[in-house]
Design a protein around this ligand. Structure first.
Ligand SMILES: Cc1cc2nc3c(=O)[nH]c(=O)nc-3n(C[C@H](O)[C@H](O)[C@H](O)COP(=O)(O)OP(=O)(O)OC[C@H]3O[C@@H](n4cnc5c(N)ncnc54)[C@H](O)[C@@H]3O)c2cc1C
Length: 429
């Protein structure tokens, strides 16, 4: 049997500072399990954990190690709800379904922080809130509509005027802001490893450096091929998000993977950190090329945004990101940047995540549109309910693919160019 190559990690701040975790071994034999989950990011691990809580056993495999994908590379921002307004939800959904989607998305941050508390996951979780910064009257309208349509409780929200934004976010770059107290941040790779540790402690079988290379049906069960062995299972979950490959025909056509880059500074002096983000909030904005940022526990500025114009990660050219950071914070001018990395975000055309039924006893959860830290944890819970035949809060949809999928790269490039032009005109870049 062939061995898989050992995982190479991106040179990220998160990999350099994560809670240590011993590599899990590759699968080297043939096994059987009630459920096989392909992908050990937040989606796959949360599915396994919720199944284990319900007494259902599972095997989780990853072509690399737990947290290697987006889950170990993201900004670590735990954001409430989705970026999109509920009024854009497809007309095919009933009012009851829309209400249920709002409820599920709204509960995602609580689910994550409750898991971290309950299982004592060591991932530097903090919950000071998430801030959205906006400019102009369209930004103001967006905040009003977003809070109304997502039915955010008044106690969760504080609107920050320009002066309050300056004192909370340390920049003059925004006219208005929305502090949503439900949000916060985690060290994402430590969170993924923490979920993996809980799964192992509950008897989940976890294999690393184990790519699924083929899936086929055998009467009433699935057969998952890997280089070192075969997994026979009754139920199957694909949890590969922006790294979805061809193992399930047509699945990757439901999303467009788009590169997102992050740059992190060396630790800032305490006085500067206090000036910039005294409350340690997680921040993002709605500029032409939106950016997201926060400080880590050692005062490093962790600053992210979309990657190259083609949607690919390229050679991690983060020059434009650093420029955007310095335009917002001229105080960063003489600060050294230490880490650059990136990963593939899975976008959907309607900007909402998908819980898909692929076949009888086969599901997938994907398409978080860059907002998956809390939501993929919630998707895992939803998938575990679908697997147990229980009603889900998210609608279960069919895998249909995005029409004209192969033209999407051109669409992404056009959006990138127009976003950057907008930021140049407004002197943001
Ligand atoms: C740079 C960046 C910044 C982001 N910032 C934020 C943020 O601040 N807040 C937020 O909410 N969201 C953010 N996101 C999005 C968030 O990280 C994702 O939505 C989330 O991690 C998705 O988790 P997942 O488990 O579905 O996918 P992943 O973590 O990508 O896991 C998929 C796994 O599947 C495995 N895999 C693929 N194919 C196979 C196969 N054939 N066999 C076996 N294994 C396979 C991969 O190795 C991978 O480990 C960001 C994403 C990126 C890339």
């Amino acid at each position: 049997m062939n061995a898989s190559p050992k995982t190479e990690w991106p040179k990220s701040l998160w990999h350099a500072s994560a809670t240590p975790f011993d590599d899990v071994s590759p699968l080297t034999t043939s096994i059987s399990s009630e459920v096989c989950i392909i992908g050990a990011g937040f989606t796959g691990l949360s599915t396994a954990l919720h199944l284990a809580e319900a007494g259902v056993g599972s095997v989780v495999i990853d072509m690399h190690q737990p947290g290697w994908g987006c889950s170990g590379r993201n900004g670590g921002q735990v954001n409430p709800c989705w970026k999109v307004l509920p009024e854009t939800f497809d007309k095919k959904f009933s009012e009851a379904q829309k209400s249920s989607m709002i409820k599920v998305a709204s509960a995602a941050c609580d689910l994550l922080f409750d898991l971290v508390d309950f299982y004592k996951i060591d991932c530097r979780a903090i919950r000071p809130g998430y801030i959205l910064g906006v400019v102009g009257s369209s930004g103001k309208r967006f905040i009003e509509e977003w809070t109304k349509q997502w039915r955010v409780p008044e106690t969760a929200i504080k609107i920050l005027n320009r002066e309050q934004m300056r004192s909370t976010v340390g920049t003059d770059g925004y006219d208005l802001g929305m502090l949503d107290r439900r949000g916060g941040s985690v060290q994402p790779l430590s969170y993924a490893r923490g979920l993996a540790r809980v799964c192992l402690s509950k008897g989940v079988s976890l294999y690393g450096d184990t790519p699924a290379t083929g899936i086929s049906k055998e009467v009433d069960q699935w057969r998952v091929e890997t280089p070192g062995g075969v997994i026979h299972c009754k139920k199957l979950v694909l949890a590969n998000n922006g790294y979805t490959d061809d193992i399930w025909p047509g699945l990757k056509e439901n999303i467009v993977p788009v590169g997102s880059l992050i740059s992190a500074t060396k630790p800032l002096p305490d006085k500067l950190a206090e000036e910039i983000l005294p409350g340690r909030h997680a921040v993002s904005d709605t500029a032409g090329m939106p950016v997201y940022y926060r400080l880590d526990e050692r005062n490093r500025m962790v600053f992210g945004g979309r990657g190259t114009w083609t949607g690919q990660l390229g050679n991690l050219d983060t020059g434009f990101l650093r420029q955007a950071a310095m335009n917002l914070y001229p105080q960063l001018k003489n600060i050294e940047w230490e880490f650059d990395w990136g990963g593939y975000v899975a976008m959907t055309t309607h900007h909402r995540p998908l819980l898909l039924s692929l076949d009888q006893n086969a599901w997938a959860g994907l398409g978080y549109n860059g907002r998956g830290v809390a939501m993929s944890t919630m998707m895992g819970k939803q998938l575990s309910m679908a697997l147990q035949g229980k009603p889900t809060g998210l609608p279960v949809e069919q895998s249909r693919g995005i029409p004209f999928h192969r033209f999407n790269k051109a669409g992404i490039a056009a959006r990138m160019i127009s976003g950057r032009l907008k930021d140049k005109i407004t002197r943001r870049l």
